[in-house]
Design a protein around this ligand. Sequence first.
Ligand SMILES: [Zn+2]
Length: 286
Amino acid sequence: MDGDFVELHNLQRQQLFTERDADDHRAKVKAAAERLRQINSSVLIHEAFAELNAANVNEYVQNVDVIVDATDNFATRMLINDAARKNGIPWVYGGVSGSYGVSMPFYPDQSPCFRCLSPYIGEDEDCDTNGVLATGIQIVAAHQATQVLRMLVGDVQTPKLYTFDVWKAESSYVAVAKLAMASCETCGPAPSYPALRERPREKHIQWMCARTGVQVRPAQAVQLALPDHIDRDEWHYKRFPDLSRFRKDGRQVILFKDGRAMIRGVQDTEEAEAIYDEVVGLTIPS
Ligand SMILES: [Zn+2]
């Protein structure tokens, strides 16, 4: 599951994609599924071109044996943590910042959960300054994949947080059993699963990592009919299979059918919002 599209700067660490996928602005899930089917045509893959949120998570965790976190943000992990716990599904956390990686298996009948550990793991993942070293991702991914195998064969472990620094060639683990919060809203005696109740009420506008662009999400899911072309020629417009691209004066807008957009070349979020409203208006036939 992924709501993003392939870009050139992904290719140094995301091994399933090619320059061609980046040129074609392909949805990551579609490019990844195609590559995996080329490797093994007997594997059944259901790809979902969408972002995980409180409104759709329940649908995606039905009939699931294990959830693997390959996300890049704290809020989505809190959502996975609540959904996994509520539905009795084990999941594997993994994250990388710079050369430092961290991973941990979470079982639905064990504490602490990710929410308990969140004060120690920290919300600020610092992608603005650190970037990500590709080889660190390989270490964490190998660890996560191993945890999945152990879960699937029922090899339950005591909770440990594993850390790796691929640059310093160091690894360690922290026994975290004592960090469980007695009144945790996810794994405590009266769970309320707060992440599953969060519903955005207004348009969400924020800078992406390293301020490379601004991401806009509408308050509610919409279904835009992205046209093959637009009649106003001040924007250079191109329709791709999964999204539309608008370009004008050094600015670029990638607009998805669900109303999300990534806007580059703007000075501030106010300018991004104005451009967003303009291009969404252009998709509506006059
Ligand atoms: Zn907890």
